[in-house]
Design a protein around this ligand. Structure first.
Ligand code: ZN
Ligand code: ZN
Length: 402
């Protein structure tokens, strides 16, 4: 009896196991539905993501042909990448400490709300300033320099985000105080390097028709040409090379930084500062850089400058080699032998762990102690260097947008 019962139990379980594949469980059905959904969602998300980068055009392009051969002849290029004059580790801490600070840091990295400024009247630029030198800070590293009758724009970024995507990435604290369509005709645009917060695809496309010449470091011309800028209007220079245009001399100078836009690999393009020298005035723009001894040589060879536009934000003790910070910004200003220091690369995007207004607060107290003339315009505030320098502490009571 017991043996028979056991046998019938075995045959029943066999029959059950044979019928299992033809009757899927609820779990199997759910997994299959999820899989099919993923097959739909993932390609759709990739397609939308790619669309948000203007079908990949925002990433730019790599140099080829004669452009690449010229790059390969540079003594600052080695094994397929540009190199700094000093060993320059990107970070000095662990990825974990960076992630921890990013996730749990308590600094006020943003203003309390979106900011709003009256904006600069486009008619301001119809006539050259009487003194021959006027500066207008348009946020971050974008400065309109009116110098000896010409108009030069540094690192123009009018986009909403510093990212290849229109939908993701650090967002600006305020709208550009001069709309892109109101930018006057430009004698030149200078680009320091190809990071997204310095070189913006849509901005370049919009400015191409109103810009006579683009001055860029080695390798950056490939991006501009891929975006439709006429190659005859792009001047690509190595460190210490100069070119004349519209009565101004543009010299690319060494910087201590890095480059890259994601898809093309890092350091395939060069990074530089720019000396802009006219008949009567001289302005220096640092781009992004860590501190190094070359600034004294730049000051010696190309200075003294009427104004230094020095990057003063996005610093951290975890990456001291590739950004200046307030103390080194002041050092650079002195090395350059400049009369007026105007800090840039702060107050516009959240790109580091410090409080958003910390760069200007620290620089102000340093400048006071060291008797350095500091220009602290609000975004869109034009000023001539021969007159009193802008000194409002606008960031203490930031004007909020409605
Ligand atoms: Zn950079
Ligand atoms: Zn930057």
């Amino acid at each position: 009896m017991t043996e028979q019962r056991a046998l019938s139990k075995v045959s029943a379980s066999l029959a059950k196991s044979q019928s299992a594949p033809s009757t899927p469980t609820a779990r199997f059905v759910l997994a299959r539905a999820l899989f099919r959904l993923l097959l739909l969602i993932v390609p759709l998300a990739l397609l939308l993501g790619w669309y948000s980068t203007s079908w990949g055009r925002a990433f730019g392009a790599s140099a080829s042909g004669a452009d690449l051969e010229r790059i390969q002849r540079s003594r600052h290029y080695s094994d397929g990448v540009f190199v700094n004059t000093l060993p320059t580790p990107m970070t000095t801490g662990s990825t974990w400490s960076m992630l921890w600070r990013w996730g749990f840091g308590t600094e006020a990295r943003h203003p309390p709300g979106r900011l709003e400024f009256p904006g600069v009247e486009p008619a301001t630029f119809a006539a050259s300033p009487a003194s021959g030198l006027r500066l207008t800070w348009l946020g971050h590293s974008t400065v309109l320099i009116e110098i000896d009758g010409q108009r030069v724009l540094t690192d123009p970024v009018f986009g909403q985000r510093t990212s290849p995507s229109r939908w993701l990435g650090p967002e600006r604290f305020f709208a550009p105080p001069l709309a892109l369509r109101d930018v006057p005709t430009l004698d030149a645009v200078v680009i320091s390097h190809d990071h997204y917060d310095h070189l913006d695809y849509e901005t370049i496309v919009a400015l191409a028709p109103v810009t006579q010449k683009f001055f860029v470091p080695l390798g950056v011309a490939a991006h501009l040409k891929a975006w439709g800028v006429d190659s005859a209007r792009v001047v690509e220079l190595d460190w210490w090379q100069s070119a004349l245009h519209a009565g101004l001399e543009f010299t690319a100078t060494p910087a201590r930084h890095f480059s890259g836009r994601g898809l093309t690999g890092g350091n395939r393009t060069q990074w530089a500062g720019w000396a802009i020298v006219g008949d009567q005035h001289r302005v220096f723009f640092t781009g992004d850089t860590g501190y190094f001894g070359e600034f004294a040589e730049i000051g010696e060879r190309l200075g003294p400058f009427d104004a230094s536009l020095v990057e003063a934000g996005a610093y951290d003790e975890l990456w001291p080699n590739i950004h200046l910070g307030p103390e080194n910004a002041l050092r650079v200003h002195k090395d350059l032998r400049a009369k007026v220091l105007m800090p840039v690369h702060w107050g516009t995007f959240n790109l580091a762990f410090h409080a958003w207004s910390e760069p200007i607060e620290r620089l102000r107290s340093l400048a006071l102690t060291e008797h350095v003339k500091l220009a602290q315009p609000s975004p869109g505030e034009s000023f001539e260097l021969s007159k009193s320098l802008p000194s409002s502490t606008w960031w203490k009571q930031p004007p909020a947008a409605d």
